[in-house]
Design a protein around this ligand. Structure first.
Ligand SMILES: Nc1nc2c(c(=O)[nH]1)N[C@H]1C(S)=C(S)[C@@H](COP(=O)(O)OP(=O)(O)OC[C@H]3O[C@@H](n4cnc5c(N)ncnc54)[C@H](O)[C@@H]3O)O[C@H]1N2
Ligand code: MOO
Length: 394
């Protein structure tokens, strides 16, 4: 019995706990999920600061200019009523400053400075953006370039982030070619070239090509990755995959060994078939040593559907990413299935999703033209649906 699509996605999400948290220098943490919240180590600004190039003034004008302070200078001494201090944008204003007047609004009368000062204007007050100790970004958030900049501004040199899952790909099929044009009986491997770009939030250790041989498949699922990929022997312990992705062999034909091999390896099968089109033979299992196996069907668009349904939620969970609210769009009547969820390649135009066609299970043509895949629930006749982005997510 195939599992409903939404339950399958939730099962993949719930199957894994976040991987270990590691402390990383800011630039290395981009794209990972925060393992603990970013808190401000200092207030911003740390002192009252000028927002303009001009003059800090105290009391009503005219004023006598008694000094000048540049960005990076220490806080200058207090300003008395009737006095002004030249200030640069970002420079600390002297204590007692009541306003900053932009230089272009000032004029001189002999040694005196004349302008109209509006109380409090153009002074960024201490702690105006945030105070020391404030939580700025919650745990589980993706570390974007802006998060890195914010963390630096708030005083951090490192961040605590969950490590990215390591993934190994096993492409199976006697009929597969890896170069040159397809010919009768032989097809080009379309999944191997597609997968690296779909592995957002993961590090790809390598891709292994196997014939339809159950022993070779069992070996690939159990042997040390270094044996399969000698180029990786330099860091044995770090090369262990957290997730093994198999392509093909999910069905019931004589050459489709995946389910039998997993049973022989005493794997626990968490999802065995999903009520969705394409991709219903997709599979999720966990090996006795805790490594996950995601079985992508051999038909390339079905494999793409399985990536969106099972692999992405699993990788997000392993990487410690919190779930984002769904992105939705309005989709018309697209020949929904009475019982199964359909995954339909679409382009988005404003709030509207428009099917691009060419969406047979064996063809990536539609997915290649699309910018998203619409999740069409059974019986849909038109209305709001969830859309999943096609390319590698951030
Ligand atoms: N009796 C049944 N047969 C099939 C069923 C079923 O329910 N009962 N389901 C069909 C569906 S749906 C799918 S999807 C496929 C899944 O097949 P497998 O995962 O076992 O994959 P294969 O049999 O090896 O290949 C299927 C198809 O895809 C081509 N293929 C395989 N790998 C690649 C690749 N890397 N790149 C491009 N094309 C690939 C392969 O040549 C076959 O044409 O099972 C159906 N059958
Ligand atoms: O998953 Mo299969 O959906 O039709 O090719």
């Amino acid at each position: 019995m195939n599992m409903p699509w939404t339950l399958a996605r939730q099962t993949a999400r719930d199957a894994a706990k976040p991987l270990d948290a590691i402390e990383l220098a800011l630039p290395s943490a981009v794209g990972l999920a925060l393992a603990s919240a970013v808190r401000a180590l200092a207030s911003q600004p740390t002192c009252d600061t000028s927002a303009m190039d001009g003059f800090a003034v105290a009391g009503p004008g005219p004023w006598t200019v008694v000094g000048r302070v540049a960005a990076g200078d220490p806080v200058p001494g207090p300003l008395a009523v009737g006095e002004a201090f030249g200030v640069a944008t970002g420079a600390p204003v002297p204590e007692g400053s009541e306003a900053v007047v932009p230089v272009e609004l000032c004029s001189a009368d002999g040694a005196l400075l004349i302008a109209e000062a509006l109380p409090g204007k153009h002074i960024r007050r201490r702690g105006e953006d945030w105070s020391a100790g404030d939580e700025l970004v919650p745990a589980g958030s993706r570390i974007t370039p802006a998060v890195l900049g914010l963390a630096a501004a708030a005083g951090h040199d490192t961040l605590l982030a969950h490590r990215r899952p390591r993934v190994a790909v096993i492409v199976t099929g006697d009929e597969l070619l890896h170069a040159g044009p397809p010919r009768p009986g032989r097809v080009r491997d379309a999944i191997g070239p597609m997968l690296p770009g779909l592995l957002h939030n993961a590090d790809l250790l390598g891709t292994t090509h196997l014939r339809d041989d159950p022993d070779a498949l069992a070996d690939a699922l159990t042997s040390d990755r270094a044996a399969l990929m000698p180029e990786l022997t330099d860091a044995l312990t770090s090369n262990q995959a957290d997730v093994l992705i198999t392509c093909g062999a999910t069905s019931v034909g004589p050459a489709d060994h995946l389910r039998r091999v997993l049973a022989n390896l005493s794997a626990e099968v968490l999802v065995s078939g999903v009520a969705c089109r394409p991709g219903h033979p997709m599979l999720l299992a966990v090996l006795p040593d805790g490594r996950f196996v995601v079985g992508l069907p051999g038909n390339p668009f079905a494999a793409h559907a399985a990536v969106l349904t099972l692999l992405h939620p699993l990788l997000d969970a392993l990487g410690g990413h919190t779930t984002n609210p769904p992105v939705t769009a309005w989709l018309g009547d697209v020949n929904a299935h009475p019982r199964d969820t359909r995954l339909v390649p679409v382009t988005r135009s404003g709030a509207l999703a428009v099917p691009v066609g060419h969406d047979r299970p064996g063809s990536l043509w539609g997915a290649a033209l699309a910018d998203a895949v619409a999740v069409v629930p059974p019986g849909h006749r038109g209305g709001e649906v969830e859309v999943l982005t096609c390319g590698s997510a951030s």
